[in-house]
Design a protein around this ligand. Structure first.
Ligand code: SF4
Length: 512
């Protein structure tokens, strides 16, 4: 008997060990390790997503004719215990596993396999379009690891949005100049949003999982009952089709817009199902390209979406495998403050932060600009320790996995990797948030005021950042001007910025 152990983020019908269909001499092993699910205080909806997806996958495999040995959460304290029970029951002569997507699981496999004393085989992952070795070779040859260069190489390799002459369709590789419309553009243009909520109604199995999570993880953040995501392949395909039909058209121009009470706007929210293997990156790209070719979606929206999939997603995975295991502990800016206590409730008087935190508490989701330019921006400006921020992102987001969040948080959001991933620190004062959202309306702080009790904290925190880190960025062409600008400020101005910063940070309460 051969055992095919499928991990909870490898729920792909194209899993290499499933090729050829059910075999009488093979059994699929699925394990819901309680230890893994309780490793962090995961958002309840993230737990529902993964558990429900696993159980739907088990049903589909059985219907297809596979023998399945499924160790459910209530009886699976950890992977080793479940594996030992499986080996005792099935006496497999071989154990096949696809390469895990993250480092901790990869590290854990060696000792587990030793204890089992069953011949094992690791098969290469097929969940990404750029292999780990391929990325490593590319990174070795390049002067700087720029996402844009990786993205162009991926465009050429796949042929997506590339003409027969090798030139990018539309004349440019990146059409962001046509995107990034402001909130005012959004409010004036009134692009139509879907009439129905972007939501998959939970079926009976998912409703059982919601009850299970409420029972087993009652103190985890969020509310399982608000669960809204697809959990199986059919749902993932519907989700993709709905995005392409309803939202892709406006995705590009408004991909950076933030609007109160609208968590999805024109985003695809495909990452939760993509990162579990329920749908493939190629399927997502092909669907968007088909919409472009039929005239249903403009090139700037489609190119922006393709860039997220074959550019950013593959790039963060490549960086992760290039730099692990040390990457998650990098702290290039020496940030050391604890997370603020109000992350548990969202009850802060910074309205932009409150909107984003309350949204993630309600939905386990923020889109990329809320993560980068509101929450991440705040965490970096407030000098919060990268390890704490990484753990919070990993716990709270429905699409979070170690490989996704490491490069996003350590590299992109916090610049903690010394600039390996991002060419500049993504910090901003109130101007960016005011331009891209409606959050400043009705905020207790004034975005136009720079210091003092009514000033927007992003303003003085922003200049304090350059006060602390100016020398480090003095030669960075993208932000050197800000360093020089801070240096030219009067001593009275600098003292006011420092005093406001100290007063604000003294009020921040650790999460504890
Ligand atoms: Fe955020 Fe400042 Fe605007 Fe308030 S004024 S919403 S704190 S950017």
């Amino acid at each position: 008997m051969e055992t095919i152990w499928i991990l909870e983020d490898q729920l792909s019908p194209a899993h290499p060990a499933l090729t050829g269909g059910p075999r009488p001499d093979a059994v699929i092993l699925l394990i819901e390790s309680r230890k893994r699910f309780a490793h962090l205080p995961y958002h309840q909806q993230r737990l529902v997503l993964i558990l429900s997806a696993l159980r739907h996958f088990a049903v589909e495999l059985r219907v297809a004719g596979w023998k399945v040995d499924h160790h459910e959460l209530e009886a699976a304290p950890d992977f080793l215990t479940a594996l030992q029970r499986h080996v005792a029951a099935y006496q497999p002569t071989r154990l096949v596993v696809m390469e895990p997507n993250d480092w901790p699981m990869t590290e854990a496999l060696g000792p587990i396999f030793e204890r089992l004393a069953v011949p094992t085989e690791l098969v290469p992952t097929n969940l990404f379009l750029c292999g780990r070795e391929e990325f490593r070779l590319w990174a070795k040859g390049g002067k700087r690891l720029l996402m844009e260069n990786h993205y162009r190489r991926m465009r050429v390799k796949t042929g997506w949005l590339v003409g027969p002459d090798g030139a990018p369709e539309g004349g440019a590789w990146n059409l962001d100049a046509e995107n990034r419309r402001t909130f005012t553009d959004f409010a004036r243009g009134k692009p139509p949003r879907p009439a129905d909520p972007v939501r998959e109604e939970p079926d009976a199995l998912t409703r059982d999982i919601i009850a299970l999570v409420e029972r087993e993880f009652p103190n985890h953040p969020g509310r399982a009952a608000g669960f809204w995501l697809p959990v199986d392949r059919a749902g993932a395909r519907r989700w993709l089709a709905r995005f392409v039909a309803e939202r892709l058209v406006h995705f590009g121009p408004f991909e950076d817009t933030m609007a109160t009470g609208e968590p999805v706007l024109f985003h695809s929210v495909l990452s939760p199902v993509l990162n579990l293997g329920l749908i493939s990156p190629a399927e997502c790209v092909e669907a968007a390209l088909a919409a472009y070719r039929s005239g249903a979606a403009p090139l700037n929206s489609v190119e922006g979406f393709v860039r997220q999939i074959i550019g950013w997603r593959e790039f963060v995975n490549g960086i992760y495998w290039l730099r692990m295991p040390g990457y998650v502990t990098e702290n290039g800016l020496g940030a050391s403050r604890p997370l603020p206590a109000w992350l548990q409730t969202g009850e802060t008087d910074l309205r932009c932060v409150r909107e984003c935190v309350q949204q993630v508490l309600g939905t386990s989701f923020n889109h990329h600009i809320q993560r980068l330019m509101v929450l991440g921006n705040f965490f970096m400006l407030a000098d919060i320790a990268p390890g704490e921020v990484l753990a919070w992102f990993n716990a709270m987001y429905c699409d979070a996995h170690d490989w996704v969040m490491a490069a996003n948080v350590i590299g992109m959001i916090l610049h903690a990797d010394g600039g390996l991933m991002a060419t500049k620190p993504y910090v901003a004062g109130s101007g960016y948030i005011e331009r891209m959202s409606d959050y400043c309306e009705g905020c207790r702080y004034d975005p136009a005021v720079k210091t003092g009790p009514t000033a927007c904290p992003f303003n003085y925190l922003y200049w304090s950042f350059y006060d602390r880190h100016g020398p480090r960025f003095a030669k960075n062409p993208r932000v050197a001007m800000m360093v020089r600008s801070w240096a030219k400020r009067s001593e009275a101005d600098k003292a006011a910025v420092r005093a406001s910063t100290q007063e604000f940070l003294a009020r921040a309460v650790p999460l504890g």
